[in-house]
Design a protein around this ligand. Structure first.
Ligand SMILES: C[S@@+](CC[C@H](N)C(=O)[O-])C[C@H]1O[C@@H](n2cnc3c(N)ncnc32)[C@H](O)[C@@H]1O
Length: 488
């Protein structure tokens, strides 16, 4: 099968990290699975090598995938929901379920196209039978041997025979002209494929390929509780190898098979899980220890970073319209030892939304607007997002981003800065929003991000004056960031 329809091998970890193999420990999950299955206890190494019980894995994959594809659930929630009810699965089986479901979601359109070629009447098959074939095809696309996939997929003979013809269908896809091939090979809806081509030009294929790979597991060190080297030592003591991220000085790629949330380091607030690109966006706020507003704080990913950059001093106002996220932020702040945050639940629109900001009008040194967006930069982690987004929603995102930037800019004091960011790779949510704002606000000017990040790092992560990150160029999620300075 051609390389272009197959993700690259996983990128987590390095040789160096792998050679210092940490002690393994038994996960709670494995103890629960052992208790419920009556299986003999093994050493951690034996457990890791235990063959998958393919029938159980397939059943769980079908449940989780089916609830995303046919019931519209979000992928992370569907997996969480399914796996919570499968206490009898060992951790290697749970991992296989998550990996297979995500892998299929990343390649769903490609898989359906190929199956339409190799299995006459595929569209008319019963749904579960289709999904079994989809899961099998995705595994083959990801490099598993045909015989092994057929042996473990409980397929009728004619469906197994169809899978053998996949290399021919992949060749047919490869032979299509680019305009037809790209949306299918990239597994993007047509309108998004066009947007990706506009955003990345000649690099669109590469960009989409990288967007369809698995993201590294990335942590940010909480500088309020120690530095990166110290965190690495603490992680190693808990059996987790890590590698410093190449761009963010705050990040570590974690190599672990166990749940990070169960680590003592995590419980003690030494780290947060946060993509390297998100860390770089947070670094655009230089956070002098005075008054900083995180206007779309959500559950506080950036808020906690800003608090650490402010050394827990000054006033950090975290605003959001979502009460559940704000509550999560409060919990995380307590764990991280953050004391300078004040949270505020604000109305989402209308005069009340403007009134809620009156007390901060012209008062903030820095205002961060990490705007709600299409999430087109995060498809490595949320692969199903692409199948939900519509052209109308994209327009709504851009319109809301303009409104929010306008509204929150009123809090910036003369000489202060407005920092705008998204996890979108699309121009209409990024540069176009900034251009629109500047056209109505001649008192604001763009400050190149390299002035904030330093010339060397700035050059690596910017396009023009803006932060511009993408998986194929930086191995981060896709992010945009801009710094605007208000005249004194
Ligand atoms: C990209 S997320 C923020 C992520 C967060 N900054 C972080 O780093 O974890 C965008 C946030 O904007 C919030 N939001 C949506 N509409 C808003 C509004 N009108 N005013 C303020 N926040 C809003 C959403 O609830 C969501 O939490």
């Amino acid at each position: 099968m051609k390389r272009s329809h197959r993700p690259a091998p996983k990128k987590q970890g390095t040789k160096q990290a792998a050679s210092k193999k940490p002690p393994e420990r038994t996960s709670k999950r494995d103890r629960a699975a052992e208790a419920s299955s009556g299986a003999p206890r093994g050493t951690p190494a034996e457990r890791a090598a235990r063959p998958l019980r393919e029938d159980l894995v397939l059943q769980a994959c079908l449940e989780a995938y089916g609830s995303v594809r046919h019931e519209g659930r979000l992928s992370d929630r569907a997996l969480d929901f399914t796996l919570r009810r499968k206490a009898h699965l060992y951790s290697n089986e749970r991992r296989a379920v998550a990996e297979r479901v995500y892998a299929l979601l990343r390649r769903q359109r490609t898989v359906d196209w190929l199956l339409g070629r190799v299995r006459p009447g595929f569209d008319r098959l019963e749904t579960t039978r289709q999904d079994v074939m989809r899961l099998a095809t995705s595994r083959i696309l990801h490099g598993e041997p045909l015989e092994e996939v057929v042996r473990t997929s409980s397929l009728p003979a004619e469906d197994s025979a169809a899978l053998a013809a996949l290399p021919r269908a992949a060749g047919e896809l490869e032979a299509l002209p680019l305009a037809k091939r790209f949306p299918i090979a990239a597994s993007l809806p047509d309108f998004l494929a066009v947007k990706f081509q506009e955003a990345f030009g000649d690099e669109a294929t590469q960009a989409a390929e990288a967007m369809n790979e698995r993201a590294p597991l990335t942590a940010r060190v909480n500088l309020l509780k120690g530095d990166r080297a110290e965190l690495q030592r603490r992680l190693a003591a808990e059996g987790v190898a890590s590698t410093p991220t190449p761009l963010s000085p705050l990040g570590l790629w974690l190599e672990t098979r166990i749940n990070v949330f169960s680590l003592q380091c995590f419980k003690d607030g030494l780290l947060e899980l946060q993509d390297e690109g998100s860390q770089l966006l947070g670094m655009l706020v230089d956070s002098p220890p005075t008054r900083v507003v995180d206007a779309c704080a959500g559950a506080g990913g950036k808020t906690l970073q800003l608090a650490a950059q402010m050394k827990n001093r000054g006033d950090l106002h975290a605003l959001d319209v979502d009460e559940v996220r704000i509550e999560e932020l409060r919990k995380r702040a307590r764990r991280a030892g953050v004391h300078n945050v004040r949270t505020q639940l604000i109305p989402s629109e209308g005069p009340a939304a403007d009134e809620a900001l009156v007390a901060l009008k012209d008062k903030a040194d820095r205002v961060m607007v990490d705007a709600p967006c299409s999430g087109t930069g995060t498809y490595r982690r949320k692969p199903d997002g692409r199948y939900r987004l519509t052209p109308e929603e994209l327009k709504e995102h851009a319109a809301r981003q303009k409104t929010l930037l306008e509204r929150f800019s009123t809090m910036v004091k003369p000489g202060g800065r407005l920092i705008y960011g998204t996890c979108s790779v699309l121009r209409e949510e990024n540069e176009a929003v900034i251009e629109d704002f500047l056209s109505r606000h001649p008192d604001f000017t763009v400050r190149p991000v390299s002035q904030e990040l330093g010339a060397e790092l700035g050059e690596k992560v910017s396009r023009g004056p803006f932060l511009r990150l993408a998986p194929h160029t930086h191995n981060t999620d896709g992010f945009f960031g801009a710094i605007l300075v208000r005249a004194k």
